[in-house]
Design a protein around this ligand. Sequence first.
Ligand code: C5P
Length: 221
Amino acid sequence: FSSGLLAGKRVVITAGPTREALDPVRYISNHSSGKMGYALARAAVDAGAQTILVSGPVELATPDHVNRIDVQSADDMLAQCLALVADCDIFIACAAVADYRPGTISTEKIKKGPEKISLELVRNPDIVAAVAASEHSPFTIGFAAETNDLLAYASSKMERKGLDMIVANDVSDPAIGFNSDHNAATVLWPGGSRVLEEASKATIARDIIRLIADRVSLIRD
Ligand code: C5P
């Protein structure tokens, strides 16, 4: 692993879950730990990149030499990412962004009362697709977590979102993924793929950074 692999490159990584407020004290979220995104940030720094983490709320220490921007909702994350995109060479979307948010945020705590209440949810923006479609589109990498037909779904997701690369995870295997310290993946790009066998998230992150550096030098030099 050469420390100069991404020298001079500016890398933005989204990580962790988003929190979608319901009222001043409640939110909708998910169990994303942020570990994969933080491991990627560490690997990007080791490869010599200027690295920014746009992070949802997680219980992780900020890796050395990483500039961390904390966000809560998908809308916050989108705004931060779009503000950074013009000064970014490589964008890695590792966050588990909530697909939906409450249609309205109550300004007061919602009171207990009726036996049944319902919640209207509205679709959140797709952050990685917005970055890929932006005028200063960086080399853009997304993740796809699937339980079946992994490679077919991942490859159509790459095309639909306009990505340069996608990391496909089989989440039907409980030994890897979300909260685990291990992962395994298949990395796809237009015209190629690489299987990354089960390993620590640190090792998988370095492998992903190496593949990104290879593709960036082929495409952009
Ligand atoms: O569509 P799906 O959620 O399966 O796509 C996963 C990929 O898209 C991940 O890279 C994730 O970070 C990104 N994503 C995003 N904004 C969303 C939903 C997903 O950036 N609203």
